[in-house]
Design a protein around this ligand. Structure first.
Ligand SMILES: [Cu+2]
Length: 319
């Protein structure tokens, strides 16, 4: 009888230690090397091929998606190509450093390396901070760093079927006038991932695509407000945000939200489920009408024909 009791205790202890072992398996912190080149070049800012003299991180608006896990060390190098005409810098909102040191400007033909630990999970803007900062952002020098939580997926932060990055920014055609940009004068359009009506064939002449998911899927949107001067009232027409994670942190969760106001330089994560039993379309908009009418509308098509590759792996920011 006593022997059986001991066996039961040992078994319980074993199970307990096994549970501790498997529960406490956060992702191992690692060093992630990130090299980004500043590239000053013309880019197309709509689906009609309108050219814009941009300053970019990596040649695109927005710059490359940087993705790490909470606790990782980011080993970052900014390369300012010799062909460029301006100094640039890199301000990662996910970093705790010295603004005068790590975020200092890099002259054309030079490079700068610094390291920081991604201490907080969530989504963060990055941008150039060189003078005039408003102009460098309006020129296109911004992007997103996603810091996945080290716990991985949980009940409150479930694994999504698809993920998309949407970065909104203001379009200033006369981007040479830095002080006009500071004063919010002359913005005529809203760019979503670098283009007016990027994923909206209804409004954007020449737009060939929408975002895609299948009925009933959980779609997770990582949204960045890279506007120079205007908040974004992010709203899903024909649906409701199931969860909004403020700053993308799984600990900051709001439920059943119609519109969420995203401050300039803020980034947030939005979960949404499409209806399971029918083909539907939703439109993710900035409900500020000026922004919506000038480009900040993104159509999501929910159908069984959804491209199985869209919103997965490296294809979360369709170019
Ligand atoms: Cu710059």
């Amino acid at each position: 009888m006593r022997k059986n009791w001991m066996n039961a205790t040992n078994k319980t202890l074993l199970l307990f230690f096994a549970a501790v072992l498997f529960a406490a398996t956060p992702a191992m912190a690692k060093t992630v090397k990130v090299d980004i080149h500043c590239v000053e070049k013309d880019v197309e800012i709509d689906n009609k091929g309108t050219k814009f003299p941009a300053w970019t991180f990596g040649g695109t608006l927005p710059g490359p998606v940087v993705r790490v896990t909470e606790g990782d060390l980011v080993d970052f190098t900014l390369v300012n190509d010799e062909a460029n005409g301006h100094s640039h810098s890199m301000d990662f909102h996910a970093a705790k450093v010295d603004v005068l040191e790590e975020f200092d400007v890099v002259k054309p033909g030079s490079k700068k390396n610094y390291k920081f630990e991604a201490k907080y999970p969530g989504v963060f803007m990055y941008h150039c901070g060189a003078n005039n900062m408003a102009q460098h952002i309006a020129k296109g020098m911004y992007g997103i760093i996603i810091v996945d939580p080290k716990e991985g997926f949980t009940k409150n932060y479930p694994k999504p079927d698809r993920e998309y990055v949407l970065v909104q920014s203001q379009y200033f055609p006369d981007s040479g006038d830095a002080m006009a940009i500071v004063d919010n004068v002359g913005s005529t359009g809203s760019l979503i991932n670098g283009k007016i009506f990027h994923y909206d064939p209804l409004h954007g002449a020449g737009s060939a695509r929408t975002l895609e998911s299948k009925p009933g899927e959980l779609v997770r949107i990582f949204f960045v407000n890279a506007n120079v001067n205007e908040a974004a009232a992010f709203h899903p027409i024909g649906n409701v945000w199931a969860r909004v994670y403020q700053n993308g942190n799984p600990k900051n969760v709001l439920y059943g939200m119609q519109t969420y106001n995203v401050a300039v330089s803020e980034a947030d994560t939005f979960d949404i489920y499409s209806p399971a039993d029918r083909v539907t379309h939703n439109a993710y908009v900035d409900h500020n009408m000026k922004a919506a009418h000038h480009g900040a509308i993104t159509i999501m098509t929910n159908s069984d024909e959804a491209d199985p590759k869209m919103g997965k792996g490296d294809n979360i920011l369709p170019r």
